[in-house]
Design a protein around this ligand. Sequence first.
Ligand code: WQD
Length: 338
Amino acid sequence: MKILVTGGLGFIGSHTVVELQNRGFEVVIIDDCSNAQEDVLDGITAITGKRPLFEKLDLKEKNKVEDFFKRYADVVGVIHFAASKAVGESVEKPLLYYENNIGTLVYILKELCKKNKASFIFSSSCTVYGQADKMPITEDAPVKEAESPYGNTKQMGEEIIRDTCKIAPNLNAIALRYFNPMGAHPSGEIGELPIGVPQNLVPFITQTGIGLREQLSVFGDDYPTPDGTCIRDYIYVVDLAKAHVVALERLLDGKNPQNYEVFNVGTGKGSSVLEVIQSFERVSGKKLNYKVVDRRPGDITSAYADTTKANEELGWKAEYPLDEAMESAWVWEQKIRD
Ligand code: WQD
């Protein structure tokens, strides 16, 4: 069966393409390469031995999307990663985020509604919860006022899909709310490729470890947590990729009782910033140079997933502990710097 993966050259997208191919799916990737390199295709091919089909397309161009679905009428499912995802940038350029993250979603959904049956997996985020009142966070925790246009596009995206599924019984969709993805494929062929100064913690740690960055700034240690630093649920990207394949197969096999569902995808374990630093020091054997500075505006204190629904209904569970995910991130960092 042929699956379209939009944003399939990106960090999570490329790892998902590998897992789809491992499960025997034929994959076509659409990517505009605005935030990914085309040679990621070589990395995917090196791992699976199968080169995915690739179309360099801007999904903001409606006629290009229509034309794609005419040429690939045998696509039975879509996993939609393509979106802008920098929280800070979204505050400065909201319209770029609404056009790119919402406009493209609408065009793809319009094409899927023309099909007799279509399966759709949406890349959502725990950011929709804001600072949840209760830990661990369940899927029925209230969606809070978005802290950024980026987070708002995830909330709006879920609502658009939900409303569409209400009038399109032929459309079956799952929104996966990611917690904090990290790490790289164990082969060392694909991984996270942040452009410029990394916003996220783990790539900043590994770049500091390798000497590319002078020092990690820890954004505040005066939070109401055991060691004062923020807590997040760091999930290994390969575990996360596998969750997408399991969710897609649930829809293709008609095992979904409703045609719109939401699942948290995390490990269920919270780790503080200092614990992540200690993980890096354990796996690398190096002392990390860091200093505590002021809090970063917009950061929440704590977020980690209640994974019961994904474990019991999807039959998926994260398998890799923090240190193994960190080991893969460190190996990858050293490889790309060689
Ligand atoms: C994690 C923790 C920081 C960098 C964001 C988006 C979310 C998703 C994942 C897309 C926080 C601390 C970080 C640094 C630090 N993105 N930190 N020094 O903010 O939980 O989530 O990325 O879907 O939507 O909001 O991830 O990695 O930026 O931060 O101390 O140099 O590390 O304060 O507590 P975050 P993060």
